[in-house]
Structure formats: C-alpha cells, structure tokens
Design a protein around this ligand. Structure first.
Ligand code: ATP
Ligand code: MG
Ligand code: MG
Length: 483
C-alpha cells in the first residue's frame, strides 16, 4: 500500500477519474459539421452547433456505435435504453445555455479495467458508467488585451465521459489506469487518446483518509488535466494540501480546482455543493436512445483482440514473460510488429530484439514505429541470418545499426560488406595458430591462470574482424592452448 506520511500519522489517497474521450468520428454528435483538429476558428460550425433558434439535434449513429463498442471493451453493461438530458449552465463557451449529456440513464453502465502495477501485480478498477455528451466551445483569451473570442469548432463534438469508481489509491495507479484506458480506446479506434491535442482530458477527484480507516473523505475535483505527468503532479500536490488542512484542524470543502502546470499546484476555481444545480431534464428534442440487441451482439462479435487478451496469448503461445508481453501489447502497432517478426522464429529472441535494440533505436531517433527505418520483415531476416549461422550474434548488433542507417535488407548488407561468419575451421585454425605463436608469454600466463582464456578469444575475434564463429573459436583455442 502506498501511504503518505503526515505530521500526525499516515494517510491514504482516494481517487476517482472522469475521463473525457473525444469520439473518433467525421461529424459531431448532433450535427453534420466536421471535427478536424486544428482548423481555422469557426469554420466547422453548423447552425445546430451555434444554437440558432429552431435548429434540431439529430443523433449521429456512428458516435453511438463507438460509445457502445467502448463499453464492450471496458467489459461494461450496455443499456439498451438511455436518455439524453440537458445540463444547464450559463457560460460563454456554451451557446445553447445547456449541454446535451446523459445523467440518470447513460448508454453504458458498470464495467472494469485491469491495471498493471509496478510490482507485477494487477488490480481491477471499477467503471461507474460511460455516457455520451457534447463538447463545449473554446474561449480564446490571448488574442486581444481586453476582449475574449469564442471558437465554436469544438462545440458539439462527441465526447464519451468515462467515470471510474473511487478505486485508485496512488498517483502510480492513476497513471497506470489512464495508460491502460488509452491503450484500450486506441485498440478499439474509438478515441485517438491524444492528450496533447485535448482528445483525452481528465478530471481528477481526490480525497484523503487516515490509514486504516474506511470512510471516504470529502473530494476536490481538479478539472481538465491534459497529460499523465500533470495528473501525477496534481494528485501529489492536492493530497498534501488536504492533509495539511486536516492536520491543522481544518476541514475540506468540496470544490472544483484548477491545476497550474507552471507552479505544479492546484488552486480553487469555484466551490461545488454536493448537488450543483444543473437542473437536468430529458431533452425534449431527442427521443430516448434505443439500441437493438442484435446490433450490440454484432459489435461485440466484431471487437478486435484487446490488450489483456493479447497479452495472455503472447505469454501462452510465445512463452514470453508477463512483463515483456505487457510491453509489447501496450500499443497495437508494436504488437503487430512483434508478431510479424516472431512468426515461425524463436519468439523470445524476437521479443528481446524488439524490446531491446529496436525500441532503443526508435527512442534515439524519436520516431513512432510507423516511421521506423527497420521494417519487421528486415528484422525477421536478421534473426534468420543469426539462426542459420550466416552471421554471429556480435556482428548482428553492428548489422542492425547498418540497417537503421541505410534501411536496407540485412542479407544484402551482409553481401555488400562481407560480414559472413567464418565457419571454415581451416581459417580459424590459422588465426588461432598466429595468435598463440605471437604471444608465448601470454600462453605461459594462461597455464597458471586459466581465466586468461578470454583474452585469446578476443585476439582471435579481432584478427578475423569479429566474423569467426564464436563456438569454433572456443573449441579450436582450447585444443591449441591445452595441447
Ligand atoms: N470521496 C471521494 N474521493 C475521491 N473520489 C471520489 C470520491 N467520491 C466520488 N469520487 C469520484 O468522483 C467522480 C464523480 O464523478 P461524477 O461524474 O459521478 O460526478 P460529478 O463530478 O459530481 O459530476 P460532473 O460530471 O458534473 O463533474 C467519480 O470518478 C468518483 O469515483
Ligand atoms: Mg462527471
Ligand atoms: Mg466531475
């Protein structure tokens, strides 16, 4: 358990996250306006999004399917009947004066996400619900010294709000949860998970309680945190703040706070009573959303293999460690890459190359797997060249660097650069003889100290340009030195 030390004892953090995930869709939730990121302000706005009088919302069936598929991916209950409500509040980013959301009857009910913890253990985080809602517009405050502008492009874009139970107990767990959730959304293709572009944002609810007690403390909600690093910082700071207040004899009042990434701290935005009066009521312009059982069944049948299932399969079919399998399935592209390297080859060796030299190369170049200069086919061929003895394991490392630099097929590079392993025993014997004859003092030293053997191996490898078959070198050297 991860506890925080206070002045008067140990404390536990309790957290629940509300994640706003933008639905991958060409059009908005209730209008046909496009959703392309980064378009000029107010160029992707229909009359519905601008809340012109008399305009009626029309539900986008694709967004509904995406929400249901997400619910299925979160092992959640799908509600065949759900309701769109109006959540009323007045703000310049909300032209209608209300947001269409789902309140009492969301499209997706309870589910679960399994997270991996640092010590290799797993923990199940409950999902309370997932509902569909519209995004608000964006206010621009930096364009003019005394005026604010509004960009309606985002107004009406479909969001899934995914609400977790207060099951998280540390910033590590919160980070693991977000990482896992993002991975599932990306596998499903229902949200691109791009936090920098705001397509995944997170409200972090934090409370603290004394270690060993079971009642929850009063929560504060930190709005709109947009990176996993900031989520961690916000939690750490907010928990400390609450502990100091309680230990100083004060009480926590429920409120909405903002995270300031520059200062690494949270500050109050507005106080929030338990029942903030949004005056929710069913939107009279929209019928209840009724799903057909057969559609849900079809979406379920057509789900892709998700990270947990893939991980279990990698452990079972390829004999990988749980850790390696977890690393390889985190991104779908990585898993695909690995499988095409591993197919018909030594899977553990394939996993070592992908998580080792290959990942290091991607990191060094700062590129995603899609821009890798080394293709899966080429890496596979490299493994074949090692397996059939064409090259030694040591040369393979150099060859990989050459593959990275040239983007060429390793078999062609071996020809071009003369990297073939020398297995011809005659040539190795000659090299051994030359080293032994040139170093009588070392031979004498070896007789007294057998650990000198490695030095001879090094010399022979050097004189053959690293290409001699290591096993043959060992055998032949042993014979020559022990003669
Ligand atoms: N005592 C608590 N400490 C920490 N988190 C809590 C506590 N109680 C509830 N939570 C979490 O707070 C979140 C509440 O989200 P929910 O969407 O239900 O309501 P809300 O924040 O009041 O509404 P809104 O969507 O308007 O922000 C959930 O993730 C829940 O797990
Ligand atoms: Mg909420
Ligand atoms: Mg909230």
């Amino acid at each position: 358990m991860s506890l925080i030390k206070g002045e008067t004892g140990d404390w536990e953090i309790v957290m629940g996250l509300e994640v706003h995930a933008q639905v991958v869709s060409q059009a908005k939730l209730f209008s046909g306006a496009p959703t392309t990121f980064g378009a000029d302000p107010n160029t992707q706005v229909s009359l519905v999004d601008a809340a012109m009088p008399g305009m009626l919302p029309v539900i986008n069936a694709h967004c509904v399917a995406q929400a249901v598929r997400t619910g299925l991916g979160l092992n959640a209950k799908i509600n065949l009947r759900s309701v769109f409500d109006r959540k009323n509040y007045f703000y310049a980013d909300l032209p209608a004066g209300y947001q269409i959301s789902q309140y009492k009857d969301p499209v997706v009910g309870e589910g679960a996400v399994e997270i991996e913890l640092k010590d290799g253990a797993t923990k199940t985080i409950g999902i309370e619900r997932l509902h569909l809602e519209q995004d608000a517009a964006k206010l621009l405050h930096d364009q003019h010294p005394t005026q604010s502008y509004v960009d309606l492009n985002r107004s009406g874009v479909a969001l899934m709000e995914i609400v977790s139970r207060p099951d998280l107990r540390s910033s590590d767990e919160a980070a693991a949860y977000l990482t896992k959730l993002r991975s599932i959304l990306r596998y499903l293709g229902t949200c691109d998970g791009n936090m920098e572009e705001g397509s995944m944002r997170c409200d972090v609810n934090v409370s603290v309680r004394r270690a060993g007690t079971s009642a929850y403390g009063t929560r504060c909600e930190i709005k709109n945190v947009n990176s996993i690093r900031f989520v961690r910082q916000a939690i750490e700071h907010e928990a400390r703040r609450q502990i100091e207040i309680i230990e100083g004899g004060g009480t926590i009042t429920q409120e909405t706070r903002l995270f300031d990434p520059g200062k690494g701290e949270t500050r109050s935005m507005r106080s929030k009573e338990d029942a903030h009066d949004y005056r929710y009521f069913p939107d009279p312009d929209l019928l209840p959303l009724v799903l057909k059982e057969e559609d849900v069944a079809r979406w379920r049948a057509e789900l892709p293999e998700l990270p947990d299932a893939k991980k279990a399969r990698f452990v079972k079919d390829y004999g990988l460690s749980v850790y390696d399998a977890g690393v390889l399935v985190a991104e779908q592209e990585t898993a695909l890459f690995f499988e095409s390297v591993a197919k018909g080859r030594d899977a553990k060796q394939a996993a070592n190359w992908v998580t080792g030299d290959f990942f290091a190369m991607l990191n060094r170049r700062g590129v995603a797997i899609g821009q890798s200069p080394v293709s899966a086919a080429h890496l596979g061929r490299l493994l074949d060249l090692i397996a059939d003895g064409t090259i030694s394991g040591r040369i393979a490392k150099d060859l990989f660097v050459a593959m990275e630099e040239t983007g060429k097929d390793p078999a062609a590079l071996v020809e071009e650069r003369g990297l073939k392993q020398v297995t011809d025993t005659g040539a190795i014997e000659a090299a051994v003889r030359a080293v032994v004859e040139a170093n009588p003092d070392k031979v004498a030293a070896y007789k007294a100290k057998p650990s000198m053997f490695g030095w001879f191996v090094g010399q022979v490898m050097k004189s053959t340009g690293g290409k001699a078959n290591p096993k043959a070198v060992n055998d032949i050297l042993k014979k020559a030195l022990d003669a």
